[in-house]
Ligand binder design. Structure first.
Ligand SMILES: Nc1nc2c(c(=O)[nH]1)N[C@H]1C(S)=C(S)[C@@H](COP(=O)(O)O)O[C@H]1N2
Ligand SMILES: [Mo]
Length: 427
């Protein structure tokens, strides 16, 4: 198999074929199981076009956008990698606490589908619901049904598990596969919607249910000639009942198409893949559920992990400067440099910044932080002479977790938490 293994799709495809030929291990998902899932998914949504067949008719985009992502991706706001786009961190300078929708990163496994909200239904089924509704006789909620349920607003960061992945290679000299994100695959938004717990209870959640698996309506993910079905990843019922939201608004606007319109899952502090976009179905089960997204992808593999990998759920701690990557500043002047830090463990306690390769100085917090959001901070810096500088920020959260000098290696390049060397030139 050839191809660019830094491309997430190519890599995924390699892993999937290794899996199918018995060269890769995984817990909970047999090859037979995967093949069966593949056959079952073959009658699903059309791939490669923005057409969705949800069993209730098809929805077509009026004028299909040029690429997989619908919103404009101006070069001053984004770095674009195929169906993924990361925010340039300088796009957060002069912004408030939240990441505006026009610059929020996008990560699509295939493309952003057009969904007809009038025919859209959220379907729940499985042994974890009273009466055990099956996928062909599910419990259904229309968009209006959901909007009539009690709603809630939550501020939370959403971050791709691979955010910062490129630094495994550029700082640590390690080979990892997947999209070479810098630090821009993260954003904080104010999400409004209905609690997943409200919907689960309305659908007849049983006390002995253990897992729920939200599933997207975007085209099925085909990789290495294998159809892995719709994007989906199980969540334990405890987390589902704790703070998970089914969001239909983002920063006061109707959820934009690229971010999951009409309804997406938001799983605060957990890895981005948990927050399924274009939500169509939720399986609720009394036995553990698996998908390729918790067996083959979004696990830690490598020398420090068992052969079937280590399951992950929470994000780690990170910091970023609101400065261009490799930007320039004037030497001999005092600049107020700003940045943000966030952690899947909770609030940030303090942030230290190093501008001279020697001294760590405390940054001043700007405003308060949300428990599932980020902390803004600033600090004055006067580069004494023209030349190349490296800026470093190191955060500590309320659990005492801090950013190490080296992130723990894993082959898929997930959960990079080390201090990042941000290059800046003073002229
Ligand atoms: N249905 C569906 N949900 C999805 C994805 C996807 O491709 N399809 N990508 C996931 C991943 S890997 C991430 S990081 C987040 C990205 O959300 P965003 O594009 O709104 O920033 O959505 C998650 N939910
Ligand atoms: Mo992601």
């Amino acid at each position: 198999m050839t191809g660019d293994l830094t491309d997430e799709a190519t890599y995924d495809s390699l892993r999937a074929s290794q899996w199918l030929t018995g060269q890769a291990d995984g817990r909970g998902l047999s090859r037979r199981h995967l093949l069966r899932a593949t056959v079952a998914a073959a009658g699903g949504a059309a791939v490669g076009d923005r057409v969705l067949t949800t069993g209730r008719g098809a929805a077509y985009a009026a004028s299909p956008p040029a690429g997989p992502i619908v919103k404009p991706l101006p070069p001053e706001l984004f770095y674009v990698y195929g169906s993924n786009a990361e925010m340039r961190w300088e796009a957060m300078a002069d912004q408030g606490y939240l990441t505006p929708n026009d610059r929020f990163f996008v990560r699509d496994h295939t493309l952003t589908p057009a969904i007809d909200v009038d025919s859209w239904r959220l379907q729940l089924f499985g042994t974890g619901l009273r009466g055990g509704p099956t996928s062909d006789k599910p419990v259904e909620f229309s968009y209006d049904d959901l909007r009539r349920l009690p709603h809630e607003t939550q501020t939370a960061f959403l971050e791709c598990t691979g955010n910062g992945r490129s630094f495994f290679t550029t700082q640590q000299g390690q080979t990892v596969t997947g999209t070479a994100w810098k630090l821009g695959a993260v954003g904080v938004a104010r999400w409004r919607g209905v609690r997943l717990s409200t919907v689960l209870r309305a659908a007849g959640l049983r006390h002995d249910a253990v897992d729920v698996m939200p599933e997207g309506l975007d085209p099925t993910y085909v990789t290495g000639g294998v159809d892995l079905g719709h994007v989906r990843r199980p969540l334990p019922v405890q987390k589902a009942l704790e703070d998970v939201l089914l969001a239909y608004e983002m920063n006061g606007e109707t959820l934009p198409p690229d971010h999951g319109y009409p309804v997406r899952v938001i799983v605060p502090s957990w890895i981005g893949i948990s927050s399924i976009k274009w939500l169509g179905r939720i399986e609720v089960s009394r036995t553990p559920l698996v998908s390729a997204w918790n067996t083959q992808f979004y696990r830690l593999f490598g020398p420090d992990h068992p052969t079937d990998g280590t399951l992950i759920s929470r994000q780690v701690i990170k910091s970023a400067f609101e400065l261009p990557w490799g930007g320039t500043v004037t030497a001999g002047h005092t600049h107020l440099i700003r940045g943000r830090s966030w952690s899947g463990n909770g609030r940030i306690r303090h942030v230290e910044v190093n501008t001279d390769g020697k001294t760590w100085r405390r940054a001043s917090p700007i405003g308060a932080s949300d428990v599932d959001g980020w902390q803004r901070w600033e600090l004055p810096w006067r580069p004494p002479t023209p030349g190349a500088y490296t800026l470093r920020a190191r955060a500590t959260d309320t659990t005492g977790a801090s950013q190490p000098d080296q992130a723990a290696y894993n082959t898929l390049g997930y959960l990079f938490d080390a201090v990042v060397d941000h290059p800046i030139t003073a002229t």
